[in-house]
Design a binder for this molecule. Structure first.
Ligand SMILES: Nc1ncnc2c1ncn2[C@@H]1O[C@H](COP(=O)(O)OP(=O)(O)OP(=O)(O)O)[C@@H](O)[C@H]1O
Ligand SMILES: [Mg+2]
Length: 234
């Protein structure tokens, strides 16, 4: 469904990712793992059209997305939940969700999708009139994921959804992502919590200094000595 082939991108003259080739199948859950600065967020931004490619191609369901503006990528069915949640603090929970459905395809079904999001995240229904900025970190993460779902995505890209959350909220977050995946949505998950990520995804890529250094199934990676010592503390 999604294929990156030899993708490189840089910020100014500083290269951030180079020659990255990854793919995500229809309805699959795939992980992007790696240390700080490895280039994980840059890959999601490249897919979303937020950073220019210096080389390589990105296709989504046979459409070339490598040079499309972000709203066009979104309208194809790719939702990007960015690092650090980035909800609109002065707007209510419901307004944040409604604004999520900003592309034509999603707008037409906005009220129905809102009910679906409320059924997955009852806390958002209870707090629909609360200002987003007054929600707890975990609640804001739910809101950020809910806002992504308002696009009715075929592919949901999540950038470190568990970052900064208490252990119990990490559990809830992963459980919700699992539910969304079970509903048929493909997932591209960026995580530093490698052990948890490997319980959720089927396959993953390991990045180092902007390059893919390893790829495999979750079982293969969990049993890999290099992954164990670098990311699993074994
Ligand atoms: N806006 C920017 N301007 C300049 N350089 C940037 C910018 N954003 C990222 N970089 C650089 O690009 C490289 C990859 O960064 P990226 O944010 O993709 O890493 P990451 O794997 O997501 O890291 P983290 O786990 O810390 O979020 C890093 O060297 C980083 O310093
Ligand atoms: Mg990042």
């Amino acid at each position: 469904m999604l294929t990156l082939s030899g993708v490189s991108a840089s910020y100014g003259s500083v290269p951030a990712i180079s020659d990255v080739s990854i793919d995500v199948g229809e309805g699959e859950a795939v992980g992007l793992l790696g240390a700080n600065g490895a280039g994980k967020s840059t890959i999601l931004r490249a897919i979303s059209g937020l950073v220019r490619l210096t080389s390589g191609t990105i296709t989504f369901s046979e459409t070339s997305v490598g040079s499309l503006p972000p709203y066009r990528v979104t309208d194809l069915g790719i939702a990007h939940v960015p690092e650090g949640r980035q909800v609109f603090p002065e707007m209510t929970v419901q307004e944040n969700l409604e604004i999520g459905a900003y592309v034509p395809r999603a707008k037409a079904e906005r009220s129905r999708t809102l009910e679906l999001v409320f059924s997955i995240f009852p806390v958002l229904a209870e707090r629909r009139k609360q200002l987003a900025g007054t929600m707890s970190g975990g609640e804001q993460q739910m809101l950020a994921v809910g806002r992504g779902l308002m696009l009715k995505p075929r592919l949901l890209m999540l950038d470190e959804p568990s970052l900064g959350l208490a252990p119990v909220m990490v559990d809830v977050t992963f459980q919700k992502i699992q539910e969304i995946h079970a509903m048929g949505t493909a997932i591209l998950l960026v995580e530093q919590n490698v052990s948890r990520a490997l319980t959720l995804v089927q396959r993953a890529y390991v990045l180092e200094s902007g390059k893919v250094i390893m790829r495999g199934t979750s079982v293969e990676l969990a049993n890999n000595k290099q992954v164990q010592s670098a990311y699993l503390g074994i």
